[in-house]
Design a binder for this molecule. Structure first.
Ligand code: IPE
Ligand code: IPE
Ligand code: MG
Length: 241
C-alpha cells in the first residue's frame, strides 16, 4: 500500500503531546549528491503532511526541533540558507494556514533575540496571528534545553525575588502552554537528545528511527505509535501485575 494511504493508528489521551527531532536532512541530500540545503528544503516539504496526520490521529501538541543553539556552528552558507528557509516557510505556508484554519496554532520557541531581525519579526507576526488554538505546533528555532532552563530559572528568580519552586520555573519555560511530550521521535538514527526539551522530556518515551527526516511518512508514524503503546510508563514507580 502506498505510504500515505496507510490507515492511521488509533490513539488515546495518553499520546497527547509529541516532540520530533527532525534529523537527517544533510545525509538525505548527500545520498542524492545534492547540497545540504536541498535536504532542508525536502525536510520542510513533508512537515505539512506529518502535522496533518498527527492531528487527524488526535494529537494536540507537536514540538518540532528545527534549529538548535548549537547549529550556529555550521557553515555560514548553510545557516543563512536555513534562516531564509524558515522565513519563507513561516511567510508562505504558516501564515496562510493560520488564516484559513482557526483550530491550527503555531508558537515559536527558542531565543528569538538571536535570530536575524527579519525572521524575528516574522516569528512575532506568526504568533500574533495564532494565539491559543485546539492544535498547537511549537517550532523550536535557536532553541537549546540548557539555555531555556537557565532563562526560566532567572526569570522565575527575578519574579520571586528569592528561592523558586518547580512550578515557578515551569511557568517561564518556552513551552509553558503545552504539556510535556509523551513521546519524542528522532529521525536519522542517532540515540541522543541533542539539547531538546531537557526539562520537559524527563519522562518522555523515546523512539529513534533510522529513516531520514525527508523520508518520514505514515509507515514511520505507525511504527512510532506502536512502539509508544508497547511501553510501560512507570515514572520511577512500580506497577503491580
Ligand atoms: C537536521 O538535519 C536539520 C537541522 C539540524 C537544521 P541535519 O542537517 O542535521 O542532517 P544530518 O544529520 O547532517 O544528516
Ligand atoms: C539536532 O540535530 C537538532 C535539530 C534536528 C534541529 P543535530 O544534527 O544538530 O544533532 P547532532 O549534532 O547530531 O547531535
Ligand atoms: Mg544532524
Amino acid at each position: 500500500m502506498k505510504n500515505d494511504k496507510l490507515p492511521l493508528p488509533k490513539i488515546d489521551s495518553r499520546l497527547n503531546s509529541i516532540g520530533i527531532i527532525m534529523d537527517g536532512n544533510g545525509r538525505w541530500a548527500k545520498k542524492r549528491l545534492l547540497p545540504r540545503s536541498a535536504g532542508h528544503v525536502a525536510g520542510a516539504k513533508i512537515i505539512k503532511q506529518v502535522l496533518s496526520d498527527l492531528r487527524e490521529m488526535g494529537v494536540h501538541h507537536v514540538t518540532l526541533y528545527a534549529f538548535s543553539t548549537e547549529n550556529w556552528k555550521r557553515s555560514k552558507e548553510e545557516v543563512d540558507g536555513l534562516m531564509e528557509l524558515f522565513y519563507k516557510y513561516l511567510d508562505e505556508q504558516v501564515l496562510g494556514a493560520l488564516r484559513s484554519d482557526k483550530s491550527f496554532g503555531v508558537r515559536i520557541i527558542g531565543d528569538k533575540s538571536g535570530l536575524p531581525e527579519r525572521l524575528r519579526r516574522k516569528c512575532i507576526e506568526v504568533e500574533e496571528a495564532s494565539g491559543d488554538r485546539e492544535f498547537i505546533c511549537n517550532v523550536a528555532i535557536n532553541y537549546g534545553g540548557r539555555d531555556e532552563i537557565l532563562m526560566a530559572a532567572n526569570a522565575a528568580f527575578r519574579e520571586r525575588g528569592g528561592e523558586i519552586t518547580k512550578e515557578d520555573l515551569e511557568r517561564h519555560l518556552y513551552t509553558s502552554h503545552s504539556p510535556d511530550p509523551d513521546l519524542i521521535i528522532r529521525t536519522g538514527g542517532e540515540n541522543r537528545v541533542s539539547n531538546f526539551l531537557l526539562w520537559q522530556g524527563a519522562y518522555s518515551e523515546l523512539h529513534v528511527t533510522s529513516t531520514l527526516w525527508p523520508d518520514f511518512g505514515r509507515a514511520d508514524i505507525i511504527k512510532a505509535v506502536e512502539d509508544f503503546y508497547s511501553r510501560q510508563r512507570r515514572y520511577g514507580g512500580v506497577i503491580e501485575e
